[in-house]
Design a protein around this ligand. Structure first.
Ligand SMILES: [Zn+2]
Ligand SMILES: [Zn+2]
Length: 327
């Protein structure tokens, strides 16, 4: 191992820089490959054998991994934090601890090395870039499209319907490093790049995703000074529209009636990208021209303020002052 005396660093034999917004797990696979190792062995040698794939490593942000990267690369603590979903704290979510369920972050449903849920998205067109890698925003509840490529994201293999689970591309090649590119399904080797669905430039989806991306970049928007207070309400509205529960149906029925549109739901909690997309776009319409559209929809309805407030603590003021006018 080379030693950079000046910086008191032991640099890993081979190194690749994380790409913009790259997820730690994606970078780990790429740097392991560069070091001619499987990620499991890389972790064994360089992260004190810290288990990687039987937990949500991108959410976890383990201190041992952070300190080992600090020791062995030229990345700063801030650069390292950027690799983890922890970097969305106070942007997408707030609060001290990550729990197993964090609003705004999709759940991947880990069972040993297997992912049961559709909590990792991807842009089939981005995966075709010169450096193919997975991005942090592909773990967000609020992501539905890629504005770099102007196309929809996907949340599963369009052929075999298995969740996207790129670490499993290393499987089946004993003692061999990763050979299959990220754009192939780990299960059936379907090429995700065949499923690029373009979106028109001025569509509602583009307006929505632009607003989301800008809110994340600026950490605030025109509705609130703190972006997490916006995402809290966008999440609340979307989940109200996706509910199958009877007591909370008043909001959903009123909205469906107003837009003359029926929102499909098959799940209770882990919604598919298709379900989220419907609910998010309608929620975004409710929040557009704030608060006039909201007032139009709810003022003369039978929706009560408690329909919104019962499942949420610390309602952001920008939203609370409008629901106070309801029954
Ligand atoms: Zn893209
Ligand atoms: Zn497949």
């Amino acid at each position: 191992m080379k030693s950079l005396e000046k910086f008191n660093k032991k640099i890993w034999p081979a190194y690749v820089n994380p790409e913009k917004n790259e997820l730690f797990s994606s970078w780990l696979l790429r740097i392991s490959k560069e070091n001619l190792l499987k990620s499991h062995s890389f972790s064994k040698f360089y992260f004190n054998n810290f288990p990687i794939w039987n937990r949500d490593i991108d959410k976890l942000y383990p201190s041992i991994i952070v300190s080992k990267i600090l020791e062995n690369t030229m990345l700063s603590s801030d650069d390292i934090k950027e690799l983890f979903l922890e970097s969305y704290r106070d942007i997408i979510f707030t609060g001290r601890e990550f729990t197993s369920y964090t609003p705004g972050i999709l759940n991947i449903g880990i069972n040993h090395r297997i992912r049961k849920l559709y909590g990792l998205l991807c842009c089939p067109s981005c995966l075709n870039n010169e450096v193919s890698y997975f991005k942090k925003e592909w773990r967000l509840f609020f992501s539905i499209a890629c504005l770099k490529c102007n196309c929809l994201l996907i949340d599963r293999c369009q052929k075999c319907s298995k969740p996207i689970s790129f670490h499993r591309l290393e499987n089946g090649h004993k003692n061999e490093i990763l050979k299959t590119p990220f754009y192939f399904c780990w299960n059936c080797l379907h090429d995700y790049r065949e499923n690029i669905v373009p979106i028109p430039n001025n569509s509602h989806i583009v307006r929505y995703q632009k607003y989301i991306d800008c809110t994340i970049d600026n950490k605030s928007n025109d509705l609130t000074q703190y972006s997490f207070m916006f995402f809290k309400i966008l999440y609340l509205l979307s989940t109200k529209l996706l509910t199958t529960g009877k007591t909370t149906n008043r909001i959903k029925l009123t909205v469906e009636d107003f837009f003359n549109y029926s929102i499909t739901t098959n799940n209770k909690i882990n919604f598919s990208l298709h379900e989220r997309k419907e609910a998010l776009l309608i929620s975004f319409s409710i929040l557009e021209n704030w608060p006039y559209q909201f007032q139009n929809i709810f003022k003369s309805s039978n929706v009560r303020r408690t329909d919104f407030s019962r499942d949420i603590k610390d309602i952001p003021y920008w939203f609370e002052k409008e629901i106070l006018n309801l029954h």
